[in-house]
Design a protein around this ligand. Structure first.
Ligand SMILES: Nc1ncnc2c1ncn2[C@@H]1O[C@H](COP(=O)(O)OP(=O)(O)OP(=O)(O)O)[C@@H](O)[C@H]1O
Ligand SMILES: [Mg+2]
Length: 232
């Protein structure tokens, strides 16, 4: 939590510094008298842009990180993921990547917030697309989205890519807020996804594939109906 707060503070400090700078220069313009309205307007517009940027950072964090109560439903993962395809496919096509589903249709339903779980899966797919684009799809063009039961109590969703894979020793870094290797990345995806999955009683992690690429996966508990307690 402390680490997360420090990173957020750092990120928000940039627009705030800019806001203060533009405010100070606007004051100076006015104090000098006969302020050029065009210059003043330009400074105030920049100030406005920066305050919107700070707001957008906060909103994004709130939207993902705040657990939404009362949104849990019994959900079939195959339905949830098929719905997601519409969102992910155009992005995949744009990057010349193919999405392939290997869904176990017999999986039991899970109790979850479907929107949050879709966001997690979407972030993993986007990361996979980015990873494969980074090496110009040298190892292949296919991302496989798999579901399976890992035990009678747990199901797993895995996004298997053909990207460069991940060095085991950077695992902790990957899940750290604001760690990114991308020019326009925010580095929030995996840390937020891990929090969402933990709130659902599951685990989000990754393993490297045998041939190439990585598999990012998460587990979700199956709703187990508790045995009736025998009377004493
Ligand atoms: N499938 C993958 N293969 C290789 N590296 C990956 C993969 N997924 C994530 N990474 C690495 O982990 C980093 C963190 O990912 P994360 O989703 O947290 O942030 P991001 O994608 O950089 O930005 P955003 O906040 O927009 O999601 C990435 O920048 C990338 O270096
Ligand atoms: Mg990401």
């Amino acid at each position: 939590m402390g680490e997360m707060t420090a990173s957020i503070a750092h990120e928000i400090n940039q627009p705030l510094t800019a806001i203060s700078m533009y405010a100070q220069s606007s004051i100076k313009l006015i104090e000098r008298g006969n302020a050029d309205p065009d210059k003043l307007r330009a400074a105030l517009e920049k100030l406005n842009t920066q305050s919107l940027r700070a707001g957008a950072i906060i909103e994004r964090i709130q939207r993902f990180a705040r657990p939404q109560q009362g949104q849990q439903e019994m959900t079939r993962l195959s339905v949830l993921l098929t719905d997601l395809l519409k969102l992910a496919e155009s992005d995949a096509r744009l990057h010349e990547v193919e999405l392939k589903f290997e869904l176990d249709q017999d999986l039991p339903a899970v109790l979850c917030d479907p929107i949050q779980i879709q966001q997690v899966a979407l972030n993993l797919i986007r990361n996979a697309i980015d990873a494969m684009s980074e090496i110009h799809r040298a190892f292949g063009r296919t991302i496989v989205i798999q579901t399976r039961a890992v035990s009678p109590q747990m199901v797993e969703v895995a996004v298997v890519d053909q990207g460069p894979g991940v060095a085991e020793d950077v695992e902790d870094l990957l899940f750290t807020p604001f760690h990114t290797t991308k020019k326009d990345g925010m580095g929030m995806g995996l840390s937020i996804c891990r929090t969402i999955i933990a709130q659902h009683g599951g685990v989000l992690s990754f393993r490297n594939n045998e041939n190439c690429g990585a598999s990012f996966y998460f587990t979700l508990p199956v709703e187990v109906i508790p045995d009736e307690q025998p009377d004493e």
